[in-house]
Ligand binder design. Structure first.
Ligand code: ADP
Length: 273
């Protein structure tokens, strides 16, 4: 209930704000049973009508996987719309890879990055293969990957997720939403959305993990808008691959692992293009 969530967050005080997103403000709170939770308070003027909110809650509550940030509950009354998620103490992957301070967290070593890549693959696999109907995330990126206290990753933010029930031949025609740098080029140009669009975004996240660079910095030269044309030839060339690897990972990886991850990233960012 609203009262319980108000109590959990000390009255939604500023000190308990852990993030702000496009659709609302996220608070840290302690529920009455002692569970720490992330409570997302949705903007009232947002696009959330009663029906949309119910169907989002309905979708979220059906998606139970270790690799997805789980919904613990929700609050919907006349004045409030809130979603209660499990709390992820290490925040977003983006925060650790590209911190504002400039000092990257050394905890993010090669083996942890590999595990994060695997956890995310399982999260997406769950959405694509094990949900009925299958779900396309539509905004998979490092700021939507959350880390628990052991740096295990879970995929989050299904605010834009869409089920495949209304698809024709595996494609859904939609208005193009998502984040620049992660968008599959064929989706950006045609609006045809498939699970493969998420696979492209996954490839971009692999590149982030491998290089420590933001997707935007992987697009060189600047006038070229498609990552594929710049990064792909380098990933498939062993010598050039070395120059792309995050210097923080020096001496941590085996050559075989490195080439494997790069090869998968290269296949993903080719997507359907
Ligand atoms: P956006 O709408 O920008 O995709 P969200 O509204 O989902 O982002 O979340 C905003 C911020 O709140 C995130 O960047 C993250 O730092 C934090 N956050 C969201 N969910 C959780 C969670 N379950 N545990 C910990 N922090 C979270």
């Amino acid at each position: 209930t609203y009262k319980e969530l108000e109590l959990a967050t000390d009255g939604f005080i500023e000190a308990n704000v852990i993030g702000r997103g496009g659709f609302g403000v996220v608070f840290r709170g302690i529920l009455s049973d002692g569970t720490v939770a992330a409570i997302k308070v949705l903007h009232r003027e947002g696009r959330h009508g009663e029906r949309e909110f119910r169907s989002e809650v309905d979708l979220l509550s059906r998606l139970n996987s270790t690799y997805l940030v789980g919904l613990l509950g929700y609050c919907a009354d006349q004045h409030h719309r809130m979603l209660v998620f499990e709390f992820m103490p290490n925040g977003t992957l983006q925060h650790h890879l590209h911190p504002n301070s400039g000092h990257r967290n050394p905890a993010l070593n090669w083996s942890i990055r590999l595990r994060i890549a695997l956890d995310c693959a399982r999260g997406l696999e769950f959405l694509h293969e094990h949900s009925v109907p299958s779900v396309i995330h539509r905004d998979f990126k490092s700021s939507n990957i959350l880390l628990d206290h052991n740096y295990r990753a879970k995929v989050s933010d299904f605010g834009m997720a869409r089920t495949g029930s209304d698809r024709i031949n595996g494609q859904v025609l939609t208005r193009v939403l998502g984040t620049t740098g992660y968008l599959a080029p064929e989706y950006a140009s045609t609006g045809k959305l498939t699970t493969k669009s998420d696979v492209y975004s996954y490839g971009v996240v692999l590149l982030e993990l491998l290089t420590g660079r933001r997707p935007i910095d992987l697009k060189r030269p600047p006038e070229e808008d498609i990552l594929v044309s710049w990064a792909l030839p380098r990933l498939t060339n062993r010598v050039k691959l070395k120059e792309m690897v995050d210097p923080a990972l020096q001496g941590q990886y085996s050559q075989k692992d490195l080439i494997q991850v790069a090869a998968i990233a290269a296949v993903c960012v080719q997507s359907e293009a």
